[in-house]
Design a protein around this ligand. Structure first.
Ligand code: CP
Length: 313
């Protein structure tokens, strides 16, 4: 007996194993097509629900435009205005939304809630950030790197400087999958979780990527091909603001740190930035910032992801 294939969730970058290079290729093609006026409406009649427990500018807007480009429709849902905010369970919400839409995009405080939604939804669940990972961001980041390194990732070195947070977690997995060498400089107490590092190291063995860790931002930046940072106090970490600002005080990307990288090195930041904290205005607004392309690429990356995960109607 044949049935429809099982639904495919995107909770972690590791869920893209075997697929990531072709998704990047498709995203690049969609970007080229869009700039020529072809929006690639390859998923007409499809619908997604987008539940955002936290604020968002880039993820929310780019998913909505991506769905529109593909010929479908996106419904934005704030838990405050849903019955979810009044105690309806995640399981019941997942079962009901699955009767209306073709996928659910979810930005959650907790990975456990993400997993619960995915457990009960019968349509794909796409992680739009939780406390463990930010997989959609990393697809856009890799697209941005690929544009600047058309010969490929091999032999390139990306230095991530700052908090060992959900962005670094996903970056470790993404680098491992595409064979990119990643050096992470974080204070020892803010390193990524051991089990995630082990998964990334296992994936890296398949591609030859080198994943290294230090607490020295200057050593990480030395001869790097690109630098990447993120905020020191993420949404949900506000209670630790003072401790974090102290711990990360030597981890700013500024002109002096950038001078240690290769002369053609550029800078990534997933945004929003706390200007003057993890990155200076001079770097953000300077010619070596790839940050604005990176933000644009959220749209093209998510189009390719949605196309891959949504079934044709
Ligand atoms: N980088 C990112 O996820 O941005 P938003 O929080 O604005 O969606």
């Amino acid at each position: 007996m044949t049935g429809s294939p099982p639904k495919r969730d995107l909770l972690s970058v590791a869920d893209l194993q075997g697929d990531l290079p072709s998704i990047l290729e498709r995203a690049a093609a969609m970007k080229r097509a869009r700039s020529a006026g072809d929006l690639s409406p390859t998923r007409p009649g499809t619908n997604i629900a987008m539940i955002f427990e936290k604020a968002s500018t880039r993820t929310r807007t780019s998913f909505e435009i991506a769905m529109n480009d593909l010929g479908g429709h996106a419904v934005y849902l704030s838990p405050k205005e849903m019955q979810l905010g009044r105690g309806e369970t995640i399981a019941d919400t997942a079962r009901v939304l699955s009767r209306y839409v073709d996928a659910i995009v979810y930005r959650a405080y907790r990975r456990t809630d993400m997993a619960e939604l995915a457990r009960w939804a019968t349509v794909p669940v796409i992680n739009a950030l939780d406390d463990r990972e930010h997989p959609c961001q990393i697809v856009a980041d890799l697209l941005t790197l690929r544009e600047r390194w058309p010969e490929g990732f091999r032999g390139r070195r990306l230095a991530y400087i700052g908090d060992g947070n959900n962005v670094l977690n996903s970056l470790l997995l993404g680098s491992a999958l595409v064979g990119l060498d990643l050096i992470s400089a974080t204070p020892t107490a803010y390193r990524p979780p051991r089990d995630l590092v082990e998964t990334a190291e296992r994936l890296a063995r398949g591609t030859g990527a080198h994943l290294t860790f230090t607490d020295d931002p200057r050593a990480a930046a030395r001869d790097a091909d690109a630098l990447y940072t993120d905020v020191w106090v993420s949404m949900g970490d506000e209670a630790e603001k003072e401790d974090r600002e102290k711990a990360f005080s030597g981890y700013q990307i500024n002109a002096e740190l950038l001078a240690r990288a290769r002369p053609d090195a550029f800078v990534l930041h997933d945004l929003p930035a706390h200007r003057g904290q993890e990155i200076t205005d001079e770097v953000m607004d300077g010619p070596r910032a790839a940050i604005w392309d990176q933000a644009e690429n959220r749209l093209h990356a998510q189009k390719a992801l949605l196309e891959r995960l949504l079934r044709r109607r």
